[in-house]
Design a protein around this ligand. Structure first.
Ligand SMILES: Cc1cc2nc3c(=O)[nH]c(=O)nc-3n(C[C@H](O)[C@H](O)[C@H](O)COP(=O)(O)OP(=O)(O)OC[C@H]3O[C@@H](n4cnc5c(N)ncnc54)[C@H](O)[C@@H]3O)c2cc1C
Length: 350
């Protein structure tokens, strides 16, 4: 059952439940009612709801094995196989947009799983070189074994960073929840300190964390490339700004610091207000568009991606693929719950 988050033993019944819930949420009246009932406070509630769903194992198992789930996820996920991702990457490149490829998956529990996950990335790097794609890779450390042993994740990612460096590509280490921030920073710093992989590794910093300003100062001092995002996990007020207005203000503050650093950073957001302010700040400070890039997610604000390219800005799109799409997909719904309406409308139309 979708809303209660409990699993239903009968898959056919569960599929019907999913369809009924989607149908309910496609109705504009549903959203009018929700807004009227909860006023401005509805978004945080829906966000928590979808973040909660992203951790629901029963729903995850069911959704990842259902054709309905695969169809719904295709708006944000390039496909299930490497070849799907490479085909999408080539087509995105043809629009003048760079790519970062993400083989979906997180929190592996055995060394073998970590090595298998890394093997997919090695194949991607080989294909990026062979097909001359304008692409690099984005990697989650929990998929490389961080929660089994930090040293395992370090060794696995070091070999990816060396491979990327050898072909002139790059490994971006995604940032996960705040319990892993310190360990992630430590591993990226160690990788950056290695001459063989120095130019080929960068990190993600989340503007919702109080600690991010200090982290950014330290990373800039070491010359490490940063992707700045707002942050996609549910964090307590003890570590992260609870109010969106504060997250947005911090996002701009940190963006300006990154722009001033002279290092090539990625500013990841779909927020037009952030993008306009960043463009204006760069213009006023004589920072050319070639000195940084905007980053967005596959399937989100394609219009804005195209507009930025036309205006002469670097844009990179994050292209996820693979069978373990469920937590990623739910985080996208948490960011913009109205996506449910959009997805379901298209689903029932097709
Ligand atoms: C390239 C990239 C990499 C990322 N990597 C990480 C990471 O490593 N760790 C991490 O915690 N988070 C990551 N994120 C997610 C990020 O933290 C935010 O959760 C996400 O980008 C939404 O924030 P926003 O800045 O787009 O603005 P918001 O303030 O959330 O939204 C502003 C506007 O953007 C549009 N928008 C935003 N999200 C969506 C969506 N899903 N669908 C449709 N429209 C939308 C809407 O118009 C919305 O009104 C990444 C995001 C991007 C773009």
């Amino acid at each position: 059952m979708l809303c209660g988050g409990r699993s239903v033993a009968n898959p056919a019944k569960q599929q019907r439940h999913l369809a009924v819930h989607c149908a309910k949420m496609t109705s504009p009246a549903f959203w009018v009612e929700v807004r009227a009932l909860a006023g401005r406070s509805v978004m945080p509630l829906l966000r928590s709801f979808f973040i909660g769903l992203s951790r629901n194992r029963g729903m995850r198992r069911f959704s990842e094995n259902s054709t309905l789930g695969a169809r719904l996820s295709s708006r944000f996920v390039a496909g299930m196989e490497i070849e799907d991702a490479l085909r999408v990457a080539a087509s995105v490149n043809r629009q003048g947009i760079s790519v970062t490829l993400d083989s979906l998956g997180e929190s592996v529990t055995t060394d073998a799983e970590a090595h298998r996950a890394a093997e997919i990335y090695h194949r991607l790097l080989d294909e990026i070189a062979a097909r001359k794609l304008d692409a690099h890779i984005s990697v989650k450390l929990t998929q490389m074994g961080l929660e089994i042993a930090p040293e395992l994740a370090y060794t696995v990612v070091e070999s990816l960073a060396r491979h990327a460096a050898a072909i002139g590509s790059f490994v971006r280490i995604d940032m996960e929840d705040s319990s892993l921030t310190g360990a992630t920073l430590e591993i990226v710093r160690r990788l950056h300190a290695q001459a063989e992989s120095q130019s080929a590794v960068g990190i993600v910093i989340q503007a919702y964390l109080y600690r991010s300003q200090d982290d950014i100062e330290q990373l800039m001092g070491e010359g490490i490339r940063v992707r700045l995002c707002k942050g996609a996990y549910k964090e307590p007020a003890s570590v992260a700004f609870p109010r969106k207005a504060d997250v947005d203000a911090n996002y701009l503050r940190l963006s300006y610091r990154l722009l001033e650093s002279g290092i090539f950073h990625g500013l990841a957001t779909h927020d037009e207000k952030m993008i306009a302010a960043i463009r204006e700040y760069a213009r006023q400070h004589g920072i050319a568009p070639s000195r940084y890039e905007f980053q967005m997610l596959y399937g989100v604000r394609r219009d804005l991606q195209r507009d930025l390219v036309r205006a002469g800005y670097n844009v990179r799109v994050y292209v996820p693929f693979g069978r373990e799409w469920y937590p990623y997909f739910m985080r996208r719904l948490a960011e913009r719950p109205a996506n449910v309406l959009f997805l379901a409308r298209n689903f029932f139309r097709s």
